[in-house]
Design a protein around this ligand. Structure first.
Ligand code: HGY
Ligand code: MN
Ligand code: MN
Length: 437
C-alpha cells in the first residue's frame, strides 16, 4: 500500500476538535495500575514474553478493554487487540470490503528491571483514547483498534519484535520455536504454557492495518534539553544484534603461565574494548553496545574456557552499520588469532533504518500547530515496532520527553502533563482518521 488511503477519505483539511474533559482521563493512574504487573524489588518493572507477569498483565488489560466498551481479542502470538468497530463497511470500496482498521498501540513486554513507560504508555494511551472517542463522539466511521503487542524487546529469547513481526508475516513460529531462554525453556514451550500458539484456538496473528500510530516516550534527552513537548519521528535507526562466542581452554589459575593461556574471557574483554574504540572512531550517531557477558566455568580460580557477549550496533544509515560490523569482526578475528582462541558469532536481528509515513507525519505536525504544542521532527535512536509495520502500512510515531533521557531503568519517568500532551495529539489524530469524512 503506497497511497495513504485514510487521508484521501478524510478529504480536505478539517479543524481539530474541541476535546471536552480530556484532562480528566486517568492516564497516569492506569499506567501506575499496569506497572504493578511485574513490579520488581528494585522499583522497576520486569514483564518478559509469556512469563507470569506478562500473562497477568495481558489478561487484566483484556478485562479493562471490555469494561471500557472495546471488544478484546487475542491472536495466536498473544497480541491483544481492543476494537472500536466503525459503522462503514468499505463504503466507496465496493460492497462488503472491510476497510483495514486504523491501529494504535505499542508493546507490553519490558527489559529486565525496566521502567513503567516504555511500551506501556502507548498501550494505555491507546485504550483510553478509544474509550474517550467512543464516549464523546460515538461510533466511528472507520474501525479503530488498540494493540498490546506481545513482545518487542527481545529480553527473554534472543529474538526481538516478535509481536509485530508475527502480525506482518515477517516471522513465523517455525523461525523461533527452538530458541531457548536463559533457563533453557524453549519458545515453543513458553508460548504453549501461556495459552497461545497454533493449537490455542486464537485466530492467526496476521492482520492488515490501514495505518499504525505509536505513541512512545523518547528514551533520550533531546526533547527535554531543547524544551519541546512533542517529537515527530522522522526515521527509526537500523540495528544489528549479535551473540559473539569466544572459545579458549579451561585451566588452573595458579599453574598456567600467562603466555601459555587460552583465556576466553581475556580475549572477549579485549574485543569489547575494541567495540568501544571502533564506535568512537566511527563517530556520532553510530552507537554500539555490549550489554551482557557470560563466562564458563565462571569460577575465580579457573581460566575461562568460553565467553559469550552481546553486541548491538545502530545507525540511521545501513552502510554505516555494515561497515562498523566489518571493522569489529576484523578486530575480533585479529585478537582471537593472537591469543589462539576460537571465534564464532550469531546474528539475531537485522532491521534497516526506515523513514516514517510522510502524510501521517504532516497530519501530526498540523495537530501540534493547531493545539499550540511545541514540536520537532527527530530520528529515533531506539528501535520500535513501528519500523516493522512501516514497510507494510503507513506508520508514524509520536514522542514525549523522558526526564534526563533515562530509559530501560527504574528511574524512567515522564511528567503527567507531558504524557497528556502526547495523548491529546493521539486522540486528535485518531479522531481525524476514524471520524473524518
Ligand atoms: O532496544 C530498543 O531500542 C528498544 O527499546 N527495544
Ligand atoms: Mn525498550
Ligand atoms: Mn519501546
Amino acid at each position: 500500500m503506497n497511497d495513504f488511503e485514510v487521508h484521501a477519505s478524510a478529504g480536505t483539511e478539517f479543524p481539530i476538535q474541541p476535546l471536552p474533559q480530556l484532562e480528566q482521563v486517568q492516564l497516569q493512574s492506569m499506567l501506575d495500575w499496569l506497572s504493578t504487573y511485574g513490579a520488581d524489588l528494585q522499583g522497576g518493572v520486569t514483564r518478559l514474553l509469556y512469563d507470569q507477569a506478562w500473562c497477568k498483565a495481558q489478561h487484566a488489560l483484556a478485562k479493562k478493554m471490555q469494561e471500557k466498551g472495546l471488544t478484546p481479542a487475542f491472536d495466536q502470538s498473544g497480541n491483544l487487540y481492543g476494537t472500536l468497530n466503525g459503522n462503514r463497511t468499505g463504503a466507496g470500496m465496493g460492497k462488503g470490503i472491510e476497510e483495514a482498521p486504523i491501529v494504535t498501540g505499542s508493546h507490553i513486554d519490558t527489559v529486565v528491571h525496566g521502567g513503567k513507560y516504555d511500551g506501556a504508555y502507548g498501550v494505555v494511551a491507546g485504550v483510553l483514547a478509544l474509550e474517550y472517542l467512543k464516549n464523546h463522539f460515538g461510533t466511528p466511521k472507520r474501525t479503530l483498534q488498540v494493540v498490546s503487542l506481545c513482545e518487542e524487546e527481545g529480553s527473554r529469547f534472543p529474538f526481538a519484535y516478535w509481536g509485530s513481526r508475527s502480525i506482518t508475516g515477517a516471522s513465523g513460529l517455525e523461525e523461533v520455536q527452538h530458541l531457548k531462554d536463559q533457563a533453557g525453556i524453549t519458545f515453543a514451550q513458553a508460548i504453549c504454557n501461556a495459552g497461545f500458539g497454533p493449537d490455542s484456538g486464537h485466530r492467526t496473528a496476521s492482520h492488515t492495518y490501514g495505518a499504525f500510530i505509536e505513541l512512545h516516550i523518547e528514551q533520550g534527552q533531546v526533547l527535554e534539553r531543547l524544551g519541546h513537548s512533542i517529537g515527530i519521528v522522522s526515521d527509526i535507526v537500523g540495528q544489528k544484534r549479535f551473540s559473539i562466542t569466544v572459545i579458549g581452554e579451561a585451566n588452573h589459575a595458579g599453574t598456567t603461565p600467562m603466555a601459555w593461556r587460552k583465556d576466553a574471557l581475556a580475549g572477549a574483554a579485549e574485543m569489547i574494548t575494541a567495540v568501544r574504540s571502533i564506535a568512537l572512531e566511527a563517530g556520532e550517531p553510530l552507537v554500539a553496545t555490549v550489554g551482557r557477558v557470560t563466562a564458563e566455568p565462571g569460577v575465580g580460580n579457573v581460566v575461562a574456557s568460553r565467553a559469550v557477549f552481546s553486541l548491538d550496533i545502530r545507525h540511521i544509515r545501513q552502510e554505516s552499520i555494515d561497515r562498523c560490523w566489518q571493522d569489529m569482526l576484523q578486530a575480533f578475528s585479529r585478537i582471537a588469532a593472537e591469543q589462539q582462541l576460537e571465534l564464532n558469532w550469531e546474528e539475531h536481528l537485522s532491521v534497516t533504518p526506515i523513514p516514517m509515513n510522510e502524510q501521517i507525519t504532516a497530519d501530526i505536525r498540523s495537530i501540534c500547530e493547531m493545539e499550540q504544542l511545541s514540536y520537532i521532527h527527530m530520528p529515533s535512536g531506539a528501535g520500535h515496532d513501528s519500523q516493522i509495520f512501516q514497510p507494510v502500512c503507513p506508520t508514524a510515531m509520536i514522542f514525549v520527553p523522558s526526564r534526563d533521557g533515562i530509559s530501560h531503568n527504574p528511574l524512567e519517568y515522564t511528567a503527567e502533563e507531558d504524557l497528556m500532551k502526547g495523548f491529546r495529539v493521539l486522540v486528535q489524530l485518531l479522531y481525524k482518521y476514524g471520524y473524518g469524512s
